[in-house]
Design a protein around this ligand. Structure first.
Ligand code: FMN
Length: 190
């Protein structure tokens, strides 16, 4: 398959089985992920691979985030909601949390490092597709809250790009109609 065909046929797929993914395969995906353009050689890509019981810790971080927005987190009703939140971490056998680290290089710009990390996210989706895995890039409310990155052990001032859920597909997604670029493009050639 050509690269263009691979890009056009990729689909997000949230339907995945509990079958775990071999760490060797995940390393292969992440080695492809870091092959992005990057300015000033900042190497901003940071990954936290969460599998197995590690998902319980992620569920706790998710629940703690939502509990902060509740007046009475200990009420019976809210405890049910928080348990539901914890279970979200078990929607996939693997969750890769992706972040952009803030560089010490003076000239470096965070917006450029986030761009490079976003490209790494797309690389993860494409590499996963090639290896027969399903994947979906999710964010949700907790991604952009300062203490989430810290509670997951990322360096100070890191920005989270999202949570990529990964696993073996339970079903294939039908091909999606994709737009052409025409409506989003202007040309300046004279
Ligand atoms: C930065 C970012 C955050 C996203 N967050 C979510 C999310 O929290 N939940 C979700 O269902 N889809 C989310 N999406 C969308 C899916 O990842 C996916 O792109 C979308 O469902 C379209 O499917 P496709 O990738 O097959 O085109 C997000 C996409 C991006 C780029």
């Amino acid at each position: 398959m050509s690269i263009i065909e691979a890009i056009k046929s990729r689909n997000s797929n949230a339907f995945m089985s509990e079958q775990d993914v071999d760490p060797g395969l995940i390393r292969q995906i992440l080695d492809a992920a870091v092959c992005t353009p990057v300015h000033y050689c900042t190497n901003p890509w940071r990954f936290l691979v969460i599998q197995g019981e590690g998902r319980k810790k992620l569920g706790d971080v998710m629940a703690a985030h939502f509990a902060k927005g509740m007046d009475e987190p200990d009420s019976a009703e809210n405890l049910v909601l928080l348990e539901k939140m914890r279970k979200k971490a078990f929607r996939a056998p693997v969750i890769i949390v992706v972040a952009a680290a803030k560089s010490d290089i003076k000239k470096a710009k965070m917006v450029e490092d986030v761009a490079s990390v976003s490209a790494a996210c797309q690389n993860i989706l494409l590499a996963s597709a090639e290896l027969g895995l399903s994947a979906i890039w999710r964010t949700g409310g907790m991604t952009y809250v300062e203490d989430t990155a810290a509670s997951l052990g990322f360096e100070e001032d890191s920005l989270l790009a999202g949570f990529i859920y990964l696993g073996y597909p339970l079903k294939e997604m039908p091909p999606k109609p994709r737009p052409t670029s025409e409506a989003f493009t202007r040309w300046m050639n004279e």
